[in-house]
Design a protein. Structure first.
Lengths: 273, 380
C-alpha cells in the first residue's frame, strides 16, 4: 500500500483525476507499468519527459507528473526527436496508440527507428481508434469489425515490431496488459537500452473494440489475451504450427548500433577540434 | 415528405448517398466522425453505390479523392480542425487541378492547446486555397447544401467546402426532410465533368510551368469562382422547384428602420435569429457563401437599408488583426459612401453566444465612441 501511495503521490497529477478512460480500459494498467518502470530506472523525475500524440492512450501524459508534452496526432516521435537532439541528457518516453503511431504517424515511426535515436516508444495497441469511437487502424486484425469496417476489415495489419526492425530499430519488446509485471520489466529494458526502443503493449479496449467484436468485457479480454500469449523463450521451443494465432511476448530483438544524438554531438566536437 | 430525426453529420452522410458518389475516402476526427461512421454503415448495407476507403491520414484522404476525381469520379471527404490543417497542401492542389471535390469541414478549434469547441479558424485558414466555402446553420441546410455543392462544383470545376459548427450542428438532432434518391436524382444526375486521366491517353498533369501561365490559370480560377453567386441562385431556382425550399448567398432579416445589423454565419446566425424578437430594431445578415466573398451584394444590401452599424460575430480570430469576417466586411465596404461602422464581437475558441453578451455588445457603442473589437468573455 505504501508503495502505491508513494507512486501515486510522486508520479500522478492527482488533481487531474479521475481520468477519462472507460471502466475496464487497459490504458491505466499500461500507464501504471510505465510509472513503476521509470521508478525502477532511478531516473530523476525532472529529467524524464513524457511525449504523447492523440488518442485515448495519449491522455496519459496529462496525468503523469513529469515534464509532459501532449502533441499533435501522429507527431509525438517528431517532437521527441527535436527535444532529444536539443537536450540529449533527457530521458524520453513516447506514449502512442496504434492509430496514432502506425497510421498518421507511420512516417515518423520508421524514421525514428532508422536513426536509432535514444527514445523509448511505448505503443498501447488496442487494435482500434478508441477516442473517436472505434474506427479500424493499421493494427486491427483482418476480419475484425469497426465503425469504419462494419463487416470486418479486409486490410492486413502491420506487425509493428517487424516493421520497426526493417526500419532499423535496435530494441523491440511486446507485453500485454494482462501481465503488468512483465510489461514493467520490458519498459525498463527498453529504457536502459541505448538507441530507439519499441515496447508494444497490447491492451483491451472493451468499449470501442471489444463490444463490437463480441469479445466480452475487460476481464474476458484480459483472460483471452493471457491465454493466447506465449513468452519468446517458450516460443523458441514450440512448433511453428502451434504458434499460429499466438502473441509472442518478451524481448523480440535487442542489439547495439550507433545512437544518433550521440553520433551527432561527437561529429560536432570532432569538427571543432 | 419523409422527415427523419437525424444529426447534422448524419444528414451529410445521407446526402452523399442520395447524390451518388463513386468514392468516399476519410479519416476519423472528432467532431466529424459521425459522418464517416454513417457512410461506413450505409456502405456495409451495400447502399453507398461507390467505394468507401478508410485511409491512414487526412492527407491521404484528400489525395485519394484527388486521384479518383482526376479519373472523372464523383468523390467526397469530410474532416475537421487539425485534419483540415494537415490537408493544407492537397487543398491548394485540388483547386489548382480544377477538380469538383466536395468536402465537409466541421468547425473545431485548432491547438495548441487541444480544444474541441467550434472555432472557425480551421476553415478560415483555408480561405485562400481556391475552394468555395459555404457555411450552414441547420441540419436541413447541411443536407441541402451538400446536394447543391456537387452541382456548383461540377459546373465550375472548382472544389467546395461545406462548413458547419461542431457539436451545435454536428451532434444535434433535428427533423430533416430527407428526400428519396430518385427525387435527388432529378436535381443532380450522374457526374458529367471531363476525366483528366483516361485509359489509353498519354497526358502529363500538373507539370512545371511558367509564372505567366500560372497567372493565367489563377486568373481563370478566380473569374470562374466569381460566377458562383449567380450560379448558386440558378441552382436554387431548380432546387426550389423540386424540393420547395431555397437558399440565398446572403440571407437577411432587416426590419424597416433598423440601423444596426448583426452579421454572422452558421449556428451563431440561428442563435441571433432566435434573439431577434428580444432585441429592438436590430437586423440579421447571415452570410452563407464566404468564398467567393459576395462583396457587391453585401454592399448593396447595406446601402439599401442605410445600415449605420454592423456588429460582426466572429467565432475566430486572426491573431494580430482580429475577427476574419469583420476584416472581410471592412475590405468589402471600403470606398462606399457613408459606410456603416463595423464592430466585432470575437468568440474565438468556439465560445457560445449568449443573449446577455449580445445585448452588452449592442449597448456598447455610443454615437461618438468607436467600439472596434470586443472579446465575448468580457461581455458575459
Ligand atoms: S474507448 Fe477504449 S481505449 Fe478509449 S478509454 Fe474507452 S476503453 Fe479505453
Amino acid at each position: 500500500m505504501a508503495l502505491i501511495e508513494h507512486l501515486t503521490q510522486e508520479y500522478l497529477r492527482t488533481k487531474k483525476l479521475p481520468h477519462i478512460w472507460c471502466p475496464g480500459c487497459g490504458n491505466g494498467i499500461v500507464t501504471a507499468a510505465l510509472i513503476r518502470a521509470i521508478e525502477r530506472t532511478g531516473y530523476d523525475q525532472r529529467d524524464v519527459v513524457i511525449v504523447s500524440g492523440i488518442g485515448c492512450s495519449s491522455r496519459a501524459a496529462g496525468y503523469l507528473n513529469f515534464n509532459t508534452l501532449h502533441t499533435t496526432h501522429g507527431r509525438a516521435l517528431a517532437f521527441a526527436t527535436g527535444l532529444k537532439m536539443a537536450r540529449p541528457e533527457l530521458k524520453l518516453f513516447v506514449i502512442m496508440g496504434d492509430g496514432d503511431c502506425s497510421a498518421i504517424g507511420g512516417n515518423h515511426f520508421i524514421h525514428a527507428a532508422r536513426r536509432n535515436i535514444d527514445l523509448n516508444a511505448v505503443i498501447i495497441n488496442n487494435h482500434i481508434y478508441g477516442m473517436t469511437g472505434g474506427q479500424h487502424s493499421p493494427l486491427t486484425p483482418t476480419g475484425m469489425k469497426a465503425t469504419t469496417a462494419p463487416r470486418g476489415t479486409l486490410e492486413r495489419p502491420f506487425d509493428l515490431l517487424v516493421l520497426a526492425r526493417g526500419a532499423g530499430a535496435t530494441f523491440a519488446a511486446r507485453g500485454i496488459a494482462a501481465q503488468p509485471r512483465q510489461l514493467e520489466q520490458l519498459i525498463v529494458r527498453g529504457a536502459t537500452h541505448k538507441g530507439f526502443s519499441v515496447v508494444e503493449a497490447l491492451s483491451p479496449c472493451p468499449i470501442a473494440y471489444g463490444r463490437r467484436n463480441k469479445l466480452g468485457g475487460a476481464v474476458e479480454m484480459l483472460r483471452s489475451m493471457k491465454d493466447s500469449s506465449i513468452s519468446v523463450e517458450r516460443a523458441a521451443e514450440t512448433e511453428d504450427a502451434e504458434l499460429k494465432d499466438k502473441t509472442i511476448t518478451g524481448v523480440i530483438y535487442s542489439f547495439d548500433a550507433p545512437e544518433y544524438a550521440e553520433e551527432y554531438y561527437r561529429s560536432i566536437s570532432d569538427n571543432k577540434g | 415528405m419523409p422527415f427523419e430525426l437525424i444529426s447534422g453529420s448524419q444528414a451529410v452522410a445521407i446526402a452523399v448517398q442520395r447524390v451518388g458518389v463513386d468514392l468516399v475516402a476519410a479519416y476519423p476526427i472528432t467532431p466529424q466522425t459521425a459522418i464517416v461512421e454513417t457512410l461506413a454503415s450505409i456502405d456495409a448495407k451495400g447502399e453507398l453505390g461507390g467505394e468507401f476507403v478508410s485511409v491512414e491520414s487526412e492527407y491521404a484522404a484528400l489525395a485519394f479523392c484527388k486521384g479518383a476525381a482526376a479519373a472523372g469520379a464523383r468523390v467526397f471527404t469530410a474532416t475537421s480542425s487539425h485534419g483540415l490543417a494537415y490537408m493544407h497542401e492537397m487543398i491548394h492542389w485540388c483547386s489548382g487541378a480544377r477538380l469538383p471535390i466536395v468536402m465537409v469541414n466541421v468547425n473545431r478549434a485548432i491547438g495548441a492547446p487541444w480544444c474541441l469547441d467550434p472555432d472557425q479558424g480551421d476553415s478560415l485558414s483555408q480561405r485562400d486555397t481556391g475552394w468555395l466555402q459555404i457555411y450552414c446553420s441547420s441540419a436541413q441546410e447541411v443536407f441541402d447544401t451538400v446536394l447543391q455543392a456537387f452541382a456548383l462544383s461540377e459546373e465550375l470545376l472548382l472544389p467546395s467546402m461545406v462548413i458547419y459548427d461542431g457539436f451545435y450542428i454536428s451532434h444535434t438532432y433535428e427533423a430533416v426532410d430527407v428526400p428519396e434518391k430518385q427525387i435527388v436524382r432529378r436535381f443532380i444526375g450522374p457526374p458529367v465533368f471531363p476525366a483528366q486521366v483516361k485509359p489509353g491517353s498519354l497526358g502529363n498533369l500538373h507539370g512545371l510551368t511558367t509564372s505567366e501561365t500560372q497567372l493565367g490559370l489563377i486568373r481563370r480560377r478566380h473569374e470562374d469562382m466569381l460566377r458562383a453567386p449567380a450560379l448558386f441562385d440558378q441552382i436554387n431556382d431548380r432546387f426550389a422547384q423540386i424540393f420547395g425550399r431555397r437558399y440565398k448567398v446572403i440571407d437577411s432579416v432587416i426590419p424597416p428602420g433598423s440601423k444596426t445589423v448583426i452579421l454572422t454565419v452558421g449556428a451563431t446566425a440561428e442563435t441571433v435569429r432566435w434573439c431577434l424578437p428580444k432585441l429592438k430594431d436590430i437586423g440579421l445578415i447571415q452570410l452563407r457563401m464566404f468564398r467567393p466573398f459576395p462583396a457587391e451584394r453585401l454592399g448593396s444590401l447595406l446601402k439599401a437599408h442605410e445600415v449605420e452599424r454592423v456588429v460582426v460575430i466572429d467565432r475566430n480570430c486572426s491573431v494580430g488583426m482580429g475577427g476574419i469576417f469583420a476584416q472581410e466586411l471592412r475590405a468589402a465596404i471600403y470606398g462606399m459612401t457613408n459606410p456603416p461602422a463595423v464592430d466585432d464581437l470575437i468568440l474565438a475558441g468556439g465560445v457560445d453566444l449568449t443573449v446577455k453578451m449580445l445585448e452588452n455588445m449592442l449597448d456598447s457603442r455610443s454615437a461618438e465612441s468607436r467600439v472596434g473589437q470586443k472579446w465575448g468573455t468580457d461581455l458575459q
